[in-house]
Ligand binder design. Structure first.
Ligand code: PDD
Length: 287
């Protein structure tokens, strides 16, 4: 079955899906994106993802490529055309096409929009949840606006590659005070010695993950206390549990970091409880 992508007004075969060589996303990473999970034919947390898209666009003064309602229609249609029941959609909006110049193009230059969708194998995710994943720590070398979900992901890609070469699946960013920030493409959580869920405050050099926000709703429902505070690498290494969250990896347990085993080396019960309750609590939108 051919994959279909939506590119600037047209649904095209994925293999023919092209953007212009002078698209500012291509030349300057001048764009933003969202990744959103689809489970059992339902889009997870669509409203929150579109609200964050709105914020990212606003921070960079990039115009919406179309109305929110039209974009929802395009997302659904792209998912339908790709027959996605379990998987994700990716959308990217850039400042559009213009002759290469660092300053913004002329007022009215249309933004570019691409939407793609793909199916994922739930058994691969289940295996990661059952076995846990490994991570490494790396010093954060990104710009200081990582609160914007920008497509400028070169440091993140390099960090993930470094993790892979070390036999791990995620790289965890550490700040200059040895405090934990977030993963290359995930937020980081620990269960501390009091049994509280702890994660770094979103105002301090991390992306405010949508999964992170919804997880707080889940924790409230399960009567698990969430504390937003700084925590050190040392505290993480000694935590009862460590796990990471992102739209495509809800609550992956981390069982080893920098070659050191976390707790007893097995996925913990708190992350499991949260993962199991997550889908019920999240907003679900039919395709
Ligand atoms: N990454 N922090 C970073 C740096 C991220 O790139 C992501 C998401 C998150 C988690 O955000 P959310 O819960 O909204 O997915 C945190 C996506 C999945 C990606 O780049 O593929």
């Amino acid at each position: 079955m051919p994959r279909i992508a939506y590119v600037n007004g047209r649904y095209v075969n994925h293999s023919d899906a092209m953007v212009h060589v002078e698209d500012r996303g291509y030349q300057f990473a001048d764009g933003v994106y969202e990744v959103c999970e689809v489970r059992h034919g339902l889009i997870v947390d669509l409203s929150r993802h579109l609200d964050r898209l709105n914020r990212s666009l606003g921070e960079l003064r990039i115009a919406w490529p179309m109305s929110r309602a039209a974009l929802i229609h395009v997302i659904r249609e792209t998912l339908r055309r790709n027959h996605v029941r379990n998987g994700l959609f990716y959308l990217q909006v850039t400042r559009g096409v213009a002759r290469r110049d660092h300053v913004f193009p002329a007022e009215g230059t249309p933004s570019s929009i691409v939407v793609t969708a793909k199916s994922t194998d739930p058994s691969v995710i289940a295996k990661k949840n059952a076995n846990g994943i490994k991570a490494i720590t790396v010093r954060d070398n990104r710009w200081d606006r990582v609160d914007i979900k920008s497509v400028g992901l070169l440091p993140n890609a390099l960090a993930r590659q470094q993790a892979k070469e070390a036999g791990a699946q995620e790289a965890i960013y550490i700040d200059h005070n040895s405090m934990v920030k977030e993963g290359a493409a995930t937020n980081v959580w620990i269960v501390d010695t009091d049994g509280n869920l702890v994660t770094r405050p979103a105002e301090h050099g991390i992306l405010r993950g949508i999964t992170r926000t919804t997880l707080m709703d889940v924790a409230a429902k399960l009567e698990v206390t969430v504390v937003e505070r700084f925590f050190s690498v040392e505290e993480m290494m000694a935590a009862r549990e460590v796990f990471i969250t992102a739209a495509t990896s809800i609550c992956f347990p981390v069982v080893a970091i920098d070659g050191q085993t976390i707790a007893n080396g097995h996925p913990g019960s708190v992350s499991q409880k949260i993962r199991e309750a997550f889908f019920d609590v999240a907003e679900k939108t039919a395709i």
